[in-house]
Design a protein around this ligand. Structure first.
Ligand code: MG
Length: 391
């Protein structure tokens, strides 16, 4: 054998590698319920790798860049948007999944897709759309996320949507608070969500609690002194100061944010492992049978987190500057919704075609609005309601 040949890398058989490397309670590609529209296997990517790649290539994913997390996307250039939030959730989820022996590809696909259904202007936009749609099936971001990946994306000749695997769709469906709706019903009755989905859920909550504090400090909604009332922050800050006695003001905030994430991830791993042992979870079937989700923080961190969330609600989410953004956002959404419903000929051609079909008017307008970024919704508002703007 020549040296050149012996140095060639033989790619592993990924399905076999999953069997070797994953914990018994992890979801494996070969156990997948597959896709709604059958496809030939890819020569070197597993089903979940492909799901992850499809999400990243979707239009809805790129739009997350200009969608509100808490602060409207134009506030400044440093705070979180839906996209950077999603990336933080994905990387925390992957770390946790790897430590627990779960399927990282599946976890990552679920994480990258978890906020695809969010409309512009965050929860204010979501509440406004839900109100507008109350006679027509309502609006909720998890269900809309399913609609995007099942119907609205139009990238493939062979099928509508992204044709993701059942497991990724199920994670979005089971995250919905409206389990009785037709889109969600198809996925219910399976028991608890897969551990990969539970990890994303926990990482989502861990990520936003922490980064919302970071952003609120950075844009001056709150100060370090205000955070004195939140024990979680206080203790993380004390840990940082003890470890780095001479720490300067520039590093203090990021170091405390890092300490908070690290504390929560360690605690999450410890308590999840404990519950996996207690509940004797040693297969996917066992995961499904547990009474409650097993991935989550321990009681101490849970209490600290609840107190921090209460602080966020009072001091950040209800801050008059955040409320003004929310109020403007819902105003734009409501006005646009009613205008387009009254005059569907104002819709771009692709949407107008559907809006004129029987019974499709409100849902089509809702799809159009939910897909908008903060920026696009504001431009569209100006184009429709401001005199002398380019239409
Ligand atoms: Mg999220």
């Amino acid at each position: 054998m020549s040296t050149e040949e012996s140095n060639l890398f033989e790619p592993p058989d990924w399905l076999a590698r999953e069997d070797e490397a994953l914990a018994p309670y992890a979801m494996r590609t070969r156990l997948s319920r597959g896709r709604r529209h059958p496809e030939d296997p890819h020569p070197f990517r597993t089903l979940y790798q492909r799901d992850r790649d499809r999400v990243v290539h979707s239009t809805a994913f790129r739009r997350l860049m200009y969608k509100t997390q808490v602060l409207v996307s134009q506030t400044n250039d440093h705070h979180r948007t839906r996209l950077t939030h999603t990336l933080e959730v994905a990387q925390i989820s992957r770390t946790v999944a790897r430590q627990l022996g779960l399927n990282e590809d599946l976890t990552e696909a679920i994480a990258l897709a978890h906020d695809l259904g969010h409309p512009p202007f965050g929860h204010a936009g979501e509440a406004a759309l839900d109100e507008c749609m109350k006679e027509h099936g309502g609006f909720e971001h998890n269900r809309h996320g399913l609609r995007i990946v099942e119907v609205l994306e139009y990238r493939y000749v062979q099928f509508p949507g992204l044709n993701l695997t059942w497991e990724v769709l199920e994670a979005a469906a089971l995250h919905s608070k409206r389990r009785d709706t037709p889109e969600v019903r198809e996925f219910s009755g399976v028991g608890q969500p897969l551990l990969e989905a539970q990890v994303v859920d926990a990482a989502d909550s861990l990520a936003y609690d922490t980064h919302d504090i970071d952003d609120a400090l950075s844009v001056g909604l709150i100060s370090f002194a205000d955070l004195d009332e939140a024990a979680f922050w206080r203790e993380a800050l004390a840990r940082v100061r003890a470890e780095h006695p001479g720490i300067g003001p520039l590093q203090l905030q990021p170091a405390t944010v890092r300490a908070l994430i690290d504390w929560q991830v360690r605690d999450l791993l410890e308590h999840t492992r404990q519950r996996l042992r207690q509940e004797k979870v040693s297969s996917v079937a066992d995961v499904r049978r547990t009474r409650e989700p097993v991935v989550g923080p321990g009681p101490d961190v849970q209490a600290l987190k609840a107190e921090l969330e209460d602080f966020l609600r009072r001091r950040v989410y209800r801050h008059h500057r955040v409320q003004r953004m929310a109020s403007k956002g819902s105003h734009f959404v409501r006005e646009l919704f009613h205008r387009f419903c009254a005059a569907p000929q104002l819709l771009p051609a692709r949407y107008a075609v559907r809006a004129f079909q029987d019974g499709m008017l409100q849902r089509t307008v809702c799809d159009y609005l939910a897909g908008m970024t903060d920026r696009y919704a504001q431009d569209e508002f100006l184009r429709l309601f401001q005199p002398y703007t380019d239409v």
